[in-house]
Design a protein around this ligand. Structure first.
Ligand code: BGC
Length: 390
């Protein structure tokens, strides 16, 4: 999972300059109604597999067990990060249906769809299985998206939210200087368009990933991503095909403090709530109106933890953030734990495959397993530093 920023200092200047042009497009077109927030008036699916990780950790740490067990009461998203992982979706949605039947309340499952060819094109830690050069786009469509769509159709009585391909369009906005991203561009766009069209189902609401303020908050980067969103959505059938945008997925940027302003004073969006508002204004100029935002609050409870805003891997000192809930602020559909707190962002041992220097860097926690694997000591820190406290 890459969280590369388009910063104005150091290494990032070139990448930023390469990807930061953009002109304002035309307003217009249809949009989703603001009163159709899929997070409202529903229960949230609690994933027993996540609960099992939390419970095992609670057993191993009796001194913290009470606090740890509280984490298991909150929903987390389910990541579909490979073709093989789609088989888990059946079990998750079946279980969500059981929870729905037991409570008598529609039960929402939040699914992250994350397997584009050349995935994570500007980093190593979440490099995926599919390659553009090896028929990856075709396989993405037929073996991944079609299989997911079939499961969504088979569970048509349950509400589902999809967060589509974290980092992908953000990489197209700012990282075109990198060959792997350049090669990925047409495939990312076509894959995302295909997924949006496929997921146009009555029980499914789609949010496109819009990275976070420290990556796309600058004026020129917002214009760039808005242009890409507009192009992708016009190919997919218009802005009304999606419910909104997901912010801060797997990142650490605080909702409201001024850390960003200290780290990167030229960025007009020092935090995620400001980013949601300012990005919303930019997107209006490109024909997007009344779209909702999800903000990942799994790990952004504590501000001022990074030396560099661009640090994205198992950032040391992070705490759980706001608890998942609907409509916490006007215009925000939900705070949600998109990154299951306690799962690693990437391996910290340089001798391992998919090692990214960010995961061994000064802001990263040591002893980290591969991306997606349970990282117990990190989870304990998230619990300790939770804000609000557990
Ligand atoms: C990893 C996925 C994992 C997800 C959630 C991503 O960074 O690449 O494999 O499922 O994080 O932990």
């Amino acid at each position: 999972m890459n969280k590369r920023t388009c910063m104005r200092s150091g290494l990032f200047v070139i990448l930023a300059a390469a990807g930061c042009a953009g002109s304002v497009g035309q307003a217009g077109s249809t949009s989703p109604s603001s009163d159709h927030n899929p997070f409202k008036n529903v229960a949230y699916f609690i994933n027993p597999e996540y609960v099992a990780n939390v419970e095992a950790t609670a057993k191993a740490h009796p001194d913290m067990a009470d606090k740890i067990r509280k984490v298991a009461q909150y929903p987390t998203a389910m990541w579909l990060d490979s073709i093989a992982s789609v088989k888990n979706l059946t079990g998750w949605l079946d279980e969500a249906k059981k929870q729905q039947d037991a409570s008598g309340k529609p039960t929402l499952s939040v699914v992250i769809v994350y397997d584009l060819p050349n995935r994570d094109c500007s980093a190593e830690a979440s490099a995926g299985e599919l390659k553009v050069a090896q028929n990856g786009l075709q396989r993405y469509k037929s073996e991944f998206i079609d299989a997911i769509t079939a499961e969504f159709k088979a569970h048509s009585s349950q509400p589902i939210v999809v967060v589509l391909e974290p980092d992908s369009l953000g990489n197209l906005a700012t990282n075109m200087a990198l060959p792997l991203c350049q090669e990925a561009r047409p495939a990312y766009k076509e894959g995302v368009v295909y997924a949006i069209k496929s997921f146009a189902l009555p029980n499914v609401s789609v949010y496109l990933d819009a990275a976070h303020s420290g990556w796309l908050g600058w004026d020129d980067n917002r214009a760039k991503i808005a242009k890409i969103f507009k192009q992708v959505l016009s190919e997919a059938g218009g802005p009304g095909m999606i419910r909104g945008f997901a912010l801060n997925t797997s990142n650490y940027t605080h909702l409201s403090n001024r850390d960003g302003a200290v780290l990167e004073p030229t960025n007009p969006c020092p935090n995620e709530l400001t980013y949601a508002k300012v990005l919303g204004k930019t997107l209006e100029m490109y024909g997007f109106k009344n779209h909702g935002y999800i903000i990942d609050t799994a790990r952004n409870g504590k501000g001022n933890i990074r030396k560099a805003w661009g640090s994205w891997c198992n950032v040391h000192g992070a705490g759980l953030g706001e608890r998942p809930r609907a409509e916490p602020e006007p215009g925000i559909d939900a705070y949600f734990w998109l990154k299951p707190p306690g799962e690693s962002d990437g391996v910290s041992d340089p001798s391992q495959p998919r090692y990214d220097p960010m995961c061994g860097g000064p802001d990263a926690s040591k002893g980290a397993p591969q991306a997606g694997k349970w990282f117990e000591s990190y989870f304990l820190d998230l619990v300790r530093y939770a804000n609000p406290p557990l």
